[in-house]
Design a binder for this molecule. Structure first.
Ligand SMILES: NC(=O)c1ccc[n+]([C@@H]2O[C@H](COP(=O)([O-])OP(=O)(O)OC[C@H]3O[C@@H](n4cnc5c(N)ncnc54)[C@H](OP(=O)(O)O)[C@@H]3O)[C@@H](O)[C@H]2O)c1
Length: 260
């Protein structure tokens, strides 16, 4: 069977660990060449090296902070010099929980800059090439937090609602160019981010992280957190030729938590 992403090149932001790394590995297993981004150049280089060795695909690490528009434009120019980008995965993001009344504006703004304005910078730099070639896929990591409200994390939910809204608008604007834009909306995925935000939630609420996790798991039909690879499979599908008529959607990966 032919690999599903042979001959394609993908840029994945936040590709050094967590969901981004799982997507990178799943793409590599489908013979996709990779350009990986994150801020920590050492960690990124280690991930790139490990994936290239294991899967035998080209992996180019391009570290930069995706909240920095000029650095992003430079990164995308360097990526396009390696190979035209067929797929963009906007995955980099952060989570800073707090009660709304206690948020500092700096924390609220940091979440918006990392989760929304980064998507603006990277996508605006990548789209001209995709438009010129009349083909492309953009996959945005949103969250179930982009579909509903949650206590004590309004910055994160606001940012992910913005990502879902941007996905829908770009789905409309890019369709005539054969560039398809979709979002993935996972519930809690077992990564550094999840461990970190449970500890922050515990500090805000005074309930232990273990107790909070147990309460949250009671609400989800599958009763457990998601493994990063369980998100990556959907990203492969959305990047593949099989998804050629899927556009402007916000796909829940939530074990049946939402059924709308
Ligand atoms: N984990 C969850 O429960 C969950 C659920 C739904 C959606 N999501 C979303 O899925 C995405 C990935 O989450 P994750 O859980 O895998 O997070 P993670 O484990 O914290 O990993 C985040 C990745 O993004 C990079 N990154 C963060 N800020 C960056 C910046 N400004 N510029 C460049 N790279 C940056 C990190 O590397 P450096 O620190 O080296 O930069 C790392 O590679 C995020 O958008 C998140 O909101 C996560």
């Amino acid at each position: 069977m032919t690999a599903r992403l042979s001959g394609k090149t993908a840029l994945i932001t936040g590709g050094s660990r967590g969901i981004g790394r799982a997507i990178a590995e799943a793409f590599a297993a489908e013979d996709c060449a990779l350009v990986l981004n994150a801020r920590d150049a050492v960690r990124l280089g280690e991930t790139a090296e490990a994936i290239a060795q294991h899967y035998g695909v080209s992996v180019t690490p391009l570290p930069c902070d995706v909240t920095d528009g000029a650095a992003v434009r430079d990164m995308v120019a360097r990526a396009e010099a390696v190979a035209p980008l067929d797929i963009l995965v906007n995955n980099a993001g952060i989570h800073i929980p707090n009660r709304f009344t206690d948020y500092s504006f700096d924390d609220f703004r940091a979440v918006m800059e990392s989760n929304v304005y980064s998507v603006f910078h990277v996508t605006q730099a990548v789209l001209p090439g995709m438009i010129e070639r009349a083909r492309g896929r953009v996959i945005n990591l949103a969250s179930t937090a982009g579909k509903w409200g949650s206590r004590n994390q309004s910055a994160y939910n606001a940012s992910k609602h913005a990502v879902v809204g941007l996905t829908r608008c770009l789905g409309l604007e890019m369709a005539p160019h054969n560039v398809l834009v979709n979002a993935i909306c996972p519930w809690i995925v077992d990564t550094d981010m999840a461990t970190g935000f449970m500890q922050r939630h515990a500090a805000v609420t005074g309930v232990s992280a273990e107790e909070l996790a147990a309460r949250m798991n009671q609400g989800v039909p599958l009763g457990r957190w998601i493994e990063p690879r369980e998100v990556a499979g959907l990203a492969v599908y959305l990047a593949s030729d099989e998804a050629s008529y899927i556009n402007g959607q916000a796909w829940a990966v939530d074990g049946g938590y939402t059924m709308i």
